[in-house]
Each structure stands twice: as C-alpha cells, then as structure tokens.
Write a protein that binds this ligand. Sequence first.
Ligand SMILES: Cc1ncc(COP(=O)(O)O)c(C=O)c1O
Length: 306
Amino acid sequence: MTVLPSVVAAIGGTPLVELGRISDELELEGRLLAKLDYLNPGFSKKDRAARSIIEQARASGALAEGQTVVELTSGNMGTGLAIVCAVMGHPFVAVMSTGNSEERARMMRALGAEVVLVPQAKGSRRGEVSGEDLALVEEAAQRITTERGAFRADQFALPGNADAHAAGTAPEIWEQSDGQVTAFCDFVGSGGTLGGAARYLLPRGVRVYAVEPDNPAHPIQGGGYAMAHLPQLDGADLAGTVTVSGAEATENARLLAKTEGIFGGYSAGANLAAAVRLLQGAEKGGVVAFLVCDSGLKYLSTDLWE
Ligand SMILES: Cc1ncc(COP(=O)(O)O)c(C=O)c1O
C-alpha cells in the first residue's frame, strides 16, 4: 500500500480494458482496447498534459513560485490545470468559450480557478465550438496573460503536452497490452495525445491514425478545430485520418456506456467509431487502442444523454 503525497501523483496509470462485448456484437475481426483516461482526478486525459506543462515550467524557471497561470480550454485542460495549480500554489485563470458545457466552468470554479467565458462568434451554436470561436478565446487568453504578468500554459505550443503522452499514455498502453497493440487512433484537439503517442508507438511498429469530424459544425467538444498547423503533430508520421460524424460519435458513446459500462464523452465515441472502422478495414485482424478521453458526467446538460 502506498500513500500519495497529493492527488497530482494519482494522474495517469489508468486501466486498459478489452471491449469484448462490442467486438462480439459488431462481429469484429480483431481486438478493441479502451484506455480509461476518464478515471483521472479531473475526469480527463488532459490532467496528464497539465501536470507535465506545469512541472516542466517550474523546473526551467519559466513559472515562478506563486505566479498566476492562464490557459484556454474546452474545460478539460482547465480542470487539470486547476487541480495541479491548487496543489502547487498557483492562482489559475481558465479562458473558455461559452460554446462548451456549463458543468465544465462549475467544476473549474469549484477547484479554485477563475473562469473567464468568451462569447462565441456570430452564427456559432452552443455546444459546437468552431475554429473561429477558439481564435476569440486565444485572443482573450493572450490579453489576460499580459495583464496579469502570468505564465501561459499553452497546450498548443509547449512540448510538455505531447511529452506527457510519449512518457505516460503510450508506454502504459504498450506495457498493458504486452506489446500487442498494432494501431492507435485519437480525436485531435491540440494533437498532444496523438503526437506524443506517435513518438513512442511508431518506432514499435504501431500505426497511428488521427480522428477528425466530417463537418466543422460538430458536437465533439475538445477538438476538431480544423486548424492549419498543429505543432504537437510535427514529425508524427500518421498512417491516415478517420473521419467521423457527430451522430456516429454520439451513437458510439452511447454504445460504450450501454454495452461495456464505460461512461465517456463525445470524443470517446468518436474514437470508438474510428477504431471500429479501422478493424473493419485497414486494421482488420489487429489490436486497436484508443482513449476514453473524458467522463460522460461532463455532458449531462447536452444532447449526448437525452
Ligand atoms: C474530451 C476531449 N477529447 C479530445 C481532446 C483532444 O486531445 P488533444 O488536445 O491531446 O489532441 C480534448 C482536448 O482538450 C478533450 O478535452
């Protein structure tokens, strides 16, 4: 038995689960493995990136003791940062689009964060955060960082994001599957998960696929921003991109909950839809792993569970 020094030490080391019931139901050739990253302290995989970015910044001196931290977020990165900042003694300001679900802002506030909500661009719909919405959030985050003399925990630019997955998520998947995984796919937001996982998995012969929405107006919070360049993916030699619709993401999140008892969000559904498609095509007979990126509890106010 071990007593951890803080909840930050409980980030990572999540279970990898065989989805035998879904494989049987869909008569798939091959295996589906789900990494339950919704079991992290902030109920998402982004806890990993938050811890890694803050620890690297403290180690390099880019972040001074007690200095304020600012970051834009769809809610999950902000929750991870709120947890890490609470434990390490940094005030934290989360900048988020009003397009993201309300429970995310509530949770960050509960964890001591100041939450600045940025109205969506004209014509954008609630629950659908576009690249244009994100540009407005970025502008606000830059302004607040300057005003407060803060450290910007920039998930799109800082190497700590991808490093967390190259050093944590991917080696965990590799070891938990006894080196049997043959493909990995992930819905892209910052690209930190995919880029970091690719760095570890590609040299081991694992093919790595991006998951993207089929349409700019989609309900899959946390990514699918159609950005021209994602630095976190630089050098990642992807085997391809799997495109999924919002409806497929929704159906597959529901399937995951009903059939396997795994309560994830939209992007988990998008990843499952992509993994199934891979097993039906390019990766037939293989072992495809993906992340359950966050908890279904974060979507109780949305159409996901109506
Ligand atoms: C629920 C969810 N899924 C997927 C992603 C995308 O992950 P990444 O930023 O590592 O590409 C995020 C990012 O915030 C997220 O919150």
